[in-house]
Design a binder for this molecule. Structure first.
Ligand code: DOR
Ligand code: ZN
Length: 335
C-alpha cells in the first residue's frame, strides 16, 4: 500500500535557533512548508527579527522548496506596526501566548483587554491570530477553561481568523463547530496518546508537552475528527525539540519531538483506520483552503515499508530524542 501526498504542511512547528535549528530543520524537509513558531529567546516580535530568523531557517534547511510561514510573537501593535508586518515577505500571522503559559512565553499577554485594539485592526487587515489556548488553572482543565476566551474572541471579532492551536479536548472540537471564524490544529501525539501514556506508568518525559495529553474520550474525538478530515482541522505537529539533558531532567521541559516521523506515523494511523483517502485534506488541503495558501508542488510518497526510528538525532553538539525512539513504525517515506 502507498499514498502520494501533495504539499504536506506542518501548521505548527518549533525549529529553535543556532545549533538545534541546524540539527532539526532538515528533519522537516519532507514537508512543503510549515508555520514557524516565534518563541525564541528573545521571542521574534519585530519583522526584522522574523525575517532574519526566516533566513537562518532557509540556510539550515538546505532545501529550497520549503516555505516558511513566519509568525510574530503577539504583543499589542500599532496600525503602522501591523501594516509593516503584513508587508513583510513570509509573514503569516501573530501567535498569542498567555503570559508564562509555556516555553519562552513570559512576554505574552497577561490581560486580553490590552489586546483589543490590535485584534480589531488585525480583523480589518485579515491577519490571522494563532492562540495557545490554556488558562493558568488545574493542568487537566486548562484548555476547557480557556474555551470561554476563545468564545469571547470569536464573538467579539467575527471576521478575525482565529486558530486554536494544538487542541487536546473533545470540548474544543465542539466549540470549533459553533463558530465559522475558528479553525484548529492538532498534533500527532494528541491523536494517539492520553495522560496514561505520559504518567500512568513510569514517567515518560519525551511525551510530556503542553497542553498535556488528556483523557481517552478526548483522544478518540480528536482522532475521529482528523480521520473524517474535519474541514477546519489541520495537522500541526507542534514538534518541539529540547536537548536531551533538558528532557531527562528534574524540571523536564515541555515538548514532543515528532518532525522526522510525523508523516509515516500519520499514514500508518490513517491506513489502520481505513481513512488514507482523508489524509491529503488533513495534511494540506484544509490549511490551503482556510488560509488561501498555494504551497510549492512537492509530492511525498509514503508506503507500508517499516521505518526504524533512531534512538536519538545528534549533530552540531546537540542531541534530541524523538517520539518512538528506537522503535519500528510500519510505514515510511518512499525515497
Ligand atoms: O510542549 C510544548 N512545547 N508546548 C508549547 O506550547 C511550547 C513548546 C515549546 O516551545 O517547547
Ligand atoms: Zn507550539
Amino acid at each position: 500500500m502507498e499514498i502520494t501526498l501533495n504539499a504536506p504542511l506542518d501548521m505548527h512547528l518549533h525549529l529553535r535557533d543556532g545549533d538545534m535549528l541546524k540539527l532539526v530543520a532538515p528533519l522537516s524537509s519532507d514537508f512543503a512548508g510549515a508555520v514557524i513558531m516565534p518563541n525564541l529567546v528573545p521571542p521574534a516580535t519585530t519583522p526584522a527579527a522574523m525575517s532574519a530568523y526566516s533566513e537562518r531557517i532557509a540556510s539550515a534547511m538546505g532545501e529550497e522548496s520549503f516555505t516558511r510561514y513566519m509568525t510574530l510573537f503577539f504583543t499589542p501593535q500599532s496600525e503602522q506596526q501591523l501594516t509593516q508586518a503584513k508587508a513583510t515577505p513570509g509573514f503569516f500571522g501573530y501567535k498569542l501566548y498567555p503570559a508564562g503559559i509555556t516555553t519562552n512565553s513570559e512576554g505574552g499577554v497577561a490581560n486580553l483587554t490590552e489586546a483589543d485594539s490590535t485584534l480589531r485592526m488585525m480583523q480589518e487587515m485579515d491577519i490571522p491570530l494563532l492562540v495557545h489556548g490554556e488558562s493558568h488553572g488545574f493542568v487537566m482543565d486548562r484548555e476547557t477553561e480557556f474555551l470561554a476566551v476563545y468564545r469571547e474572541l470569536a464573538e467579539r471579532y467575527p471576521k478575525l481568523r482565529i486558530c486554536m492551536e494544538h487542541i487536546t479536548t473533545a470540548a474544543a472540537l465542539q466549540l470549533l463547530d459553533e463558530f465559522d471564524n475558528l479553525c484548529a490544529t492538532v498534533t500527532l501525539q494528541h491523536l494517539i496518546i492520553t495522560l496514561d501514556d505520559v504518567a500512568g506508568g513510569a514517567l515518560q518525559p519525551h511525551l510530556f508537552c503542553k497542553p498535556i495529553a488528556k483523557r481517552p474520550g478526548d483522544r478518540d474525538a480528536l482522532l475521529q475528527a482528523a480521520l473524517n478530515a474535519h474541514p477546519r482541522l489541520m495537522f500541526g505537529s507542534d514538534s518541539a525539540p529540547h536537548p536531551r539533558c533538558k528532557k531527562e531532567a528534574c524540571g523536564c521541559a515541555a515538548g514532543v519531538f515528532t518532525a522526522p516521523l510525523a508523516l509515516p506515523r500519520l499514514a500508518e494511523l490513517f491506513a489502520r483506520h481505513g481513512a488514507l483517502d482523508k489524509l491529503q485534506a488533513f495534511i494540506s488541503d484544509n490549511a490551503c483552503k482556510l488560509y488561501g495558501l498555494t504551497p510549492v508542488q512537492k509530492q511525498i510518497t509514503l508506503h507500508d515499508v517499516p521505518m526504524q526510528v533512531p534512538a536519538s538525532y545528534r549533530s552540531y553538539g546537540q542531541q534530541v530524542i524523538p517520539m518512538y525512539a528506537g522503535e519500528q513504525l510500519s510505514w515510511s517515506v518512499k525515497r
